[in-house]
Design a protein around this ligand. Structure first.
Ligand code: NAD
Length: 512
């Protein structure tokens, strides 16, 4: 395989050469994973926690360098790399140190009356080898959280990072080594879609995929052929609903940040803004002033970074052309120019009005610095407009009336909803994260964020002192007694007396 040259998308500066793996080596990767699994699985959760504590401390000590590396590879401002990627990862690490033992502990559950004398437990056992396939927009966070969750649960892990940000793959290798994780337990496999596909075909025991809907569907099909369970974290087309009683200043700033942080290349970016008609004009005027105040440069004080992946610019152009052809108005900014861009992959913010639900920019994920605004008249209309895409990742509602906010939240088809804020739900490790409709299958984070990487094993314990059980042989004369028992236990007039009578008779018939 040919080596790739890493590139800083904001400046066009070239970096190190990265060597992708040869496809025929994928089987070796799987074998190494199994070799390291046993040793890791035999460690207690407490022991495993020590590794992530080391990792947290190392990351904090090297935060500036790591933020710089993320910024270099993605084109996002350093402050975003620190605040939206590293801090959220660190908070998740601390949360996991505190909760992993409790979450993965074998737990006792209730045992029904019919099983009197026995006790029941649920044990959490690792699945084996977990494959994490990750995208380029949050190249560290979106690979590390599933990988570390799987590790905490006792699995070996293979990470297939995005080929667009290969240096972050190298950074992850360095981080795992620095935290002292056993060699070979986490393998970072550099490669493109073909390597991703080969890893899926090598039958890992679980696949955690984050990326586009198209790739997600493809992986799901391939996984189904091998009965591999998956989690799919896919794209979004997030709506923002603004009521006239919202705090205007905060809402405008929230709209600008939610749409433009990392140049809109976030699965939870605000991609559609619905504003209640009485404040529609005022909102747009205020929004334009806010857009004018943003800085976009290659210095430390920049607000806006660059696109990470040149392919995205073509998607933005296509969506804007389609919208303008169908009568949308360009209120701010301009269509990104064709040809070579002067300053790396920077795209300045674009504001569209007079957009219609049928336009591509209102239906497909744009993943760029594009704001689309539509007025609405009623709460019901706002919900209908917001639900009118195939996506359902997250949404935001802006209103002074929190009760109304919660009512509207109930009507939204969405994995998460923020009221008077955007995207922050992912930053709370206690909350589950994931989408509905085409935005994905399954949830990560939250109370069961580690358990998802486990088999739940059900265990029933009987002390083994009785000779037999009521439902064992012989069956003679038991049928009417079981009928009486089920009526006493579950019938409309549940009767303890009837139940005990039936039980006593059954015992006699069972030579108890
Ligand atoms: P992508 O689907 O093109 O690629 C994602 C990863 O899948 C890459 O590592 C790629 O090499 C790999 N891949 C591609 N084809 C494959 C195949 N056939 N088999 C196995 N692996 C394959 O996505 P992208 O462009 O890297 O990322 C952007 C997308 O990710 C956007 O749609 C965005 O919304 C989504 N995303 C979702 C979330 C979320 O949590 N829901 C978070 C971030 C990004």
């Amino acid at each position: 395989m040919q080596a790739w040259r890493a590139m800083n998308p904001a400046t066009g500066e070239e970096g190190e050469l990265v060597l992708p793996i040869e496809p025929y080596l994928v089987d070796d990767v799987m074998e190494h994973a199994w070799e390291s699994f046993e040793g890791w699985n035999s460690k207690s959760v407490k022991e495993r926690i020590n590794y992530i504590r080391q990792l947290r401390i190392y990351i904090v000590e090297h935060a500036d360098d790591i933020a710089q590396e993320i910024s270099w590879s993605t084109g996002k401002p350093k402050v975003e790399a620190l605040s939206s990627e590293l801090m959220v990862l660190l908070d998740w690490l601390l949360h996991t140190e505190r909760t992993a033992e409790k979450e993965l502990r074998t737990r006792k559950v209730k045992t029904p009356l019919m099983m009197r004398g026995k006790s029941s437990y649920v044990a959490y056992e690792p699945r084996g080898v977990v494959l994490v396939i990750s995208p380029w927009n949050f190249p560290l966070y979106l690979a590390m959280v599933p990988a570390l969750s799987a590790l905490m649960a006792g699995n070996a892990v293979i990470i297939k990072p995005s080929e667009v940000t290969p240096l972050i793959g190298q950074l992850m290798e360095k981080l795992f080594a620095a935290a002292g994780f056993p060699q070979g337990l986490v393998q970072v496999v550099q490669g493109d879609a073909a390597i991703g596909a080969a890893l899926v075909a090598a039958s890992p025991n679980y696949i955690f995929f984050t990326g586009s809907v198209t790739t997600g569907k493809h992986i799901q099909l391939e996984a189904a052929k091998r009965l591999i369970p998956t989690t799919l974290e896919l794209g979004g087309k997030d709506p923002m609903i603004v009521f006239q009683d919202a705090h205007l200043e905060r809402t405008v700033r929230g709209a600008v940040w939610g749409s433009l942080t990392h140049s809109g290349q976030i699965c939870m970016s605000v991609e559609r803004i619905y504003v209640e008609r009485p404040i529609y004009d005022k909102f747009i005027a205020r929004l334009k002033r806010e857009l004018e105040s943003l800085k976009q440069n290659n210095r430390e004080d920049t607000d806006l970074g660059s696109m990470t992946h040149a392919r995205q610019i073509e998607i933005i152009r296509t969506h804007i052309d389609d919208a303008l052809d169908q009568g949308a108005s360009l209120e701010f900014g301009q269509r990104p120019v064709d040809g070579k861009l002067k300053r790396g992959l920077q795209v300045a913010p674009i504001l569209l009005t007079n957009v219609k639900p049928s336009m591509r920019v209102m239906q497909e994920e744009t993943f760029g610095p594009v704001l689309c605004i539509t007025p609405f008249d009623t709460e019901e209309e706002a919900i209908e407009l917001a639900n009118n895409t195939s996506y359902g990742l997250s949404a935001s509602i802006w209103t002074h009336d929190v009760e109304r906010g919660q009512r509207v939240a109930n009507g939204l088809q969405s994995g998460s909803v923020c009221i008077n804020d955007v995207t922050v739900s992912i930053a709370n490790a206690h909350l589950p994260f994931g989408g509905v409709k085409s935005s994905g299958i399954g949830r990560s984070h939250g109370d069961a964020g580690l358990q998802m990487f486990c088999h739940e094993k059900s265990i029933v314990v009987d002390l083994g002192q009785k000779k037999t059980e009521l439902h064992w042989f012989p069956y003679a004369d038991k049928y009417p007694l079981f009928l009486q028992l089920l009526e006493g236990l579950y019938g409309e007039k549940r009767s303890v007396i009837q139940m005990f009578r039936a039980l006593r008779a059954l015992r006699n018939k069972s030579r108890y």
